[in-house]
Design a binder for this molecule. Structure first.
Ligand code: FNR
Length: 382
């Protein structure tokens, strides 16, 4: 492992390494949120406002972080969130993160807006794989993805419901960042200042979004960076269409992007195996409720009929403990791992997961929890 990577002791330090390596426009596309970035900041801040009440004098010499997610074993109570276009940060990032997840024993979610194809990841990574198909207007194309995911043995579909249209990502507009990105007089200096990133991109060209190849009028390339697939989203996608997908997918079914108790109740009733309390990492509706604050009402509404996962702002093992104490079965991690892979490829993604594992283990010990099952509501101060 490169010395800088080894020295990185926190996700924040991996973020600093990624920032140093990437052109600003690319870093901002990964790091940023919508509009004033209120929800982006509030996600992590909500964890920091909660206070822990540790149990003392328990024997924590042996601690087990293993759990079950969606009915199957996971070495940690976390999975990788779907992230499109991250191959711009590191060529082959999707496979790199999927491999790191498999090595850490946690599920990986491939986005339909990733650069690597459904089959490529299945072939190269191993481990538990989930697939997130965006609901595009081209429904035949979407059904094709679902069939491919079934054929490639993905165990779950993740349907993201908080993106009827793309969010308003102002950092991207300010940076003149489009997908595919274009060199313009305005951003030339930005790219020129990071030759380690720019030269290989110039020589080998930009990666193509493999799963988008064949999309009507597309070649795997799309034009708006604010949301890569935003311009093709089916804004009319609703409950009936969701039910049809559920009925045609015999395996595990996850809906991501839920904040309201009423929606959660209805999703549990229609046979979802899990919900992800998510505001898309603050990249969609700015001002949306922080996920840690929205979690308790969703957990109460679901009444154990579906697993409840949470994402948004998880940067510390402590945050995982807090989410579990508030009733989540596990968390999804997005940028936390993205910073690692963007800093240093697969070793960087592995380091990110290692940091989270170490922090989680230490926090469990400090809280007097020997197992994930012992993380309960009593750990959170009222
Ligand atoms: C995302 N997210 C996302 N979600 C999704 O369902 N499909 C996608 O293609 C993407 N793409 C994407 C790209 C990038 C660069 C980021 C940072 C995020 C949202 C993601 O799955 C998750 O909800 C958030 O990232 C969680 O917040 P944190 O962990 O990044 O704070």
């Amino acid at each position: 492992m490169a010395p800088a990577l080894h020295r990185a002791q926190s996700i924040a330090q991996l973020r600093a390494l990624a920032r140093r390596r990437l052109p600003r426009a690319v870093f901002d596309f990964f790091d940023g949120g919508a509009e004033e970035e209120i929800s982006l900041g509030a996600n992590t801040a909500a964890f920091e406002q909660a206070r822990l009440l540790p149990r003392v004098l328990t024997d924590v010499s042996q601690v087990d972080t293993a759990t079950r997610l969606l009915g199957a074993p996971s070495a940690l109570p976390l999975a990788i969130a779907p992230m499109g276009a991250i191959g711009l940060g590191w060529r082959g990032a999707d496979v790199a993160v999927a491999r790191a997840a498999a090595a850490a024993g946690v599920p990986y979610t491939l986005s339909s807006a990733a650069h690597s194809t459904i089959e490529e990841v299945a072939r190269s990574a191993g481990g538990r794989l989930w697939f997130q198909p965006y609901m595009l207007r081209q429904t035949e194309f979407v059904h094709g993805w679902v069939e491919r995911a079934r054929a490639a043995d993905y165990e779950a579909l993740v349907i993201t419901v908080d993106l009827p249209v793309g969010g308003n990502r102002e950092r991207d507009r300010r940076n003149h960042f489009t997908l595919p990105f274009r060199l313009t007089p305005r951003n030339f200096l930005d790219f020129a200042s990071r030759p380690g990133w720019s030269l290989p991109m110039l020589l080998r060209g930009q990666p193509v979004m493999g799963n988008m190849v064949g999309l009507a009028g597309g070649s795997g390339k799309t034009t708006s960076a604010g949301s890569t697939v935003g311009s093709n989203m089916d804004a009319s996608f609703g409950w009936d269409a969701l039910q049809r997908i559920r009925d045609h997918w015999p395996r595990k079914f996850i809906v991501k992007g839920v904040l309201r108790a009423g929606d959660a109740q209805r999703l549990a009733a229609m046979g979802c195996d899990a919900l992800v309390v998510s505001n898309h990492g603050g990249r969609q509706l700015d001002g949306a409720m922080p996920t840690f604050d929205a979690l308790p009402a969703v957990v109460a509404a679901v009444q154990g009929r579906a697993e409840v996962l949470l994402d948004g702002g998880v940067r510390r093992g402590r945050h995982v403990v807090q989410a579990l104490a508030a009733g989540a079965s596990g968390v999804l991690v997005g940028r936390g791992v993205l910073y690692g892979v963007a800093a240093a490829g697969e070793p960087g993604a592995r380091r990110a997961l290692e940091i989270l594992r170490e922090e989680l283990t230490r926090t469990m010990r400090l809280c007097g929890c020997r197992s994930v099952g012992e993380i309960d509501r009593a750990l959170l101060a009222a």
